[in-house]
Design a protein around this ligand. Structure first.
Ligand SMILES: Cc1cc2nc3c(=O)[nH]c(=O)nc-3n(C[C@H](O)[C@H](O)[C@H](O)COP(=O)(O)O)c2cc1C
Length: 191
C-alpha cells in the first residue's frame, strides 16, 4: 500500500485543534487533540467522539475520571497548543499551572481562554491498542466565540516560529514511537 498517498487523504479527515482536559481527585491535566468528531443525530442528545493516545497522561485521567472537557481553539491560541500539546504531564510538571480555569460539573477543568467548551461524561470506550476512542455524552457547554473560526493543525503549526515547529516534530516523533511499540506488541508474529 502507498502509505504516503493514504496519509494525504487521511490527514484531511482530522478535526479542528482542540484542548482536552480531565481530572481525577486532585490531579488535573490536559492535552491537544484533533481526533475529535461530533457524534449526534438528535441535537437534544449531543455526543462527541475523541481519540486519545494511551501514552498521554490525559488518557489516564479520562480513564480514571470517566469524564473530559473539550475546547475548540482559536487561531491566536498557539501558546496554549505549545503548552498542552508539545510535552506530557507525565514529566511531573503541572500543565495547567498559571492558566485560568475552573472545575466543571464532573471536575474536568474548564479553561477560560478558548471561545467555548463542552463537558462530557464517558459513555463508551473502544480500545484501539495505541489509543482509546471515547464516546462522550455532553452534559454542559457554552459557546462565547461568536463567529470565531476553528483552526486546522497544519494552519496552527505552520504559523508557529521554526523553533516551536521543531519542538512539535520532536514530540510528535516520540508519540509515534510510543504508538508503534504498543501496536508491535499485539501484531508481533502476525504476517
Ligand atoms: C496539533 C496537535 C494535534 C494532536 N492531536 C492529538 C490527538 O488527536 N489525540 C491525542 O491523544 N493526542 C494528540 N496530540 C498529542 C498530545 O496533545 C500531546 O502528546 C500531549 O503532550 C499529551 O499530553 P499529556 O501526556 O499531558 O496528556 C496532538 C498534539 C498536537 C500539537
Amino acid at each position: 500500500m502507498d502509505y504516503a498517498a493514504i496519509r494525504r487523504l487521511t490527514s484531511r479527515l482530522w478535526g479542528p485543534v482542540c484542548a482536552v482536559t480531565a481530572a481525577h481527585g486532585d490531579d488535573a491535566g490536559g492535552q491537544i487533540a484533533v481526533g475529535v468528531l461530533s457524534a449526534s443525530i438528535l441535537p437534544e442528545h449531543p455526543r462527541v467522539l475523541i481519540q486519545i493516545w494511551k501514552a498521554n497522561r490525559t488518557h489516564d485521567l479520562i480513564a480514571a475520571g470517566r469524564a473530559f472537557a473539550l475546547h475548540p481553539l482559536a487561531a491566536d491560541q498557539a501558546d496554549l497548543v505549545r503548552r498542552l500539546g508539545f510535552r506530557s504531564g507525565h514529566d511531573g510538571t503541572g500543565k495547567l499551572d498559571g492558566l485560568e480555569w475552573r472545575p466543571g460539573i464532573t471536575g474536568s477543568p474548564v479553561l477560560a481562554s478558548p471561545p467555548g467548551f463542552i463537558e462530557c461524561r464517558v459513555v463508551g470506550a473502544l480500545d484501539a491498542t495505541d489509543m482509546t476512542v471515547y464516546l462522550g455524552e455532553v452534559i454542559a457547554g457554552e459557546w462565547r466565540g461568536g463567529e470565531t473560526p476553528t483552526v486546522q493543525a497544519y494552519e496552527m503549526i505552520g504559523a508557529m516560529p521554526p523553533e516551536w515547529q521543531e519542538e512539535y516534530r520532536r514530540h510528535d516523533q516520540e508519540q509515534r514511537e510510543a504508538a508503534a511499540r504498543l501496536l508491535d506488541a499485539t501484531t508481533d508474529g502476525i504476517p
